[in-house]
Design a protein around this ligand. Structure first.
Ligand SMILES: [Ca+2]
Ligand SMILES: [Ca+2]
Length: 267
């Protein structure tokens, strides 16, 4: 697949143009979907009990510590993007939580105003921690037990509410050394998560207050690798004809950015 490297800001600029054109007439982004932006991890921020090691290319990171919940947070918002990449556990010695957060801001691990979606996946059952894929909404500051069980404790001010479990993988653990493709689509009212192109989570809710960034997550699990992440604007919902002139302008801008970056990377 063609991979152009340009900033998430450029993607957002095009997204904004597309959204504007949507008011007049929407069109499909299929023609440009091959130009997904590669996400560089060098500017991301770690917090919690982890050690996140980014590789020299900036496109892959491994978390090496079997410890308390830890996040590795991007510098761009998670909403309105098609986010995709790969996740793999490179050990057979443990069976705990791997995953992601959408709407996570740096510091949210201990922030009483946090409000984000936690997508986690456990390999094996252990006490209140259940194997399988799930999405939970986290508000405020949780303790480790709440992350583990997806059950809220009144002794902490933060709350966790499990919204759904995976359609196919709700009680199926991940496999050691298996690389999975994962994709997230979040907008104001819907979350979709695909694993290996199968729809696993499809949640309708009011996500208007979830305004933070994209993050990688794991808990009590070491040697979790995340690689090859890309972003592109979420496709328009409807595709009436013909495309508006403003829409064509947006497509033109998208192509221009792509050509500009090609030039820059040739230097
Ligand atoms: Ca609580
Ligand atoms: Ca563990």
């Amino acid at each position: 697949m063609l991979k152009q490297i340009y900033s998430i800001a450029a993607v957002r600029f095009v997204t904004a143009l597309l959204a504007t054109s949507g008011a007049i007439g929407t069109f499909s982004l299929t023609a440009t979907s091959a130009s997904a932006a590669s996400i560089k991890l060098n500017t991301w921020t770690a917090e919690g009990g982890g050690d996140w090691q980014v590789d020299p290319t900036g496109t892959s990171v491994v978390q090496t510590i079997n410890g308390s919940p830890t996040f590795f947070t991007s510098d761009f918002g998670a909403k309105g993007l098609e986010l995709s990449g790969k996740i793999k556990v490179e050990t057979s010695r443990d069976d705990d939580f791997i995953g992601f957060a959408l709407g996570f801001n740096q510091g949210d691990l201990s922030n009483s105003a946090a409000d984000f979606l936690l997508i986690d996946w456990k390999q094996g059952n252990q006490g209140t921690g259940l194997k399988g894929l799930a999405v939970s909404r986290v508000t405020g500051h949780l303790n480790v037990s709440e992350y583990w069980s997806h059950s809220d404790l009144p002794t902490t001010s933060g709350t966790i509410t499990q919204l759904a479990r995976g359609i196919n993988l709700g009680n199926v653990g991940w496999n050691d050394y298996q690389e999975y493709d994962i994709e997230f689509n979040l907008d104001e009212t819907n979350l979709k998560v695909y694993i290996d192109d199968e729809l696993e989570l499809n949640v309708n809710d009011d996500f208007s207050n979830i305004n933070g960034n994209f993050a990688f997550y794991n808990s009590s699990q070491n040697l979790v690798r995340y690689s090859g992440f890309q972003a592109e604007p979420l496709p328009a919902q409807d595709v009436p004809e013909p495309a508006s002139s403003l829409g064509l302008l947006a497509l033109g801008a998208f192509g221009m950015l792509t050509r500009l970056k090609k030039k820059q990377t040739q230097k």
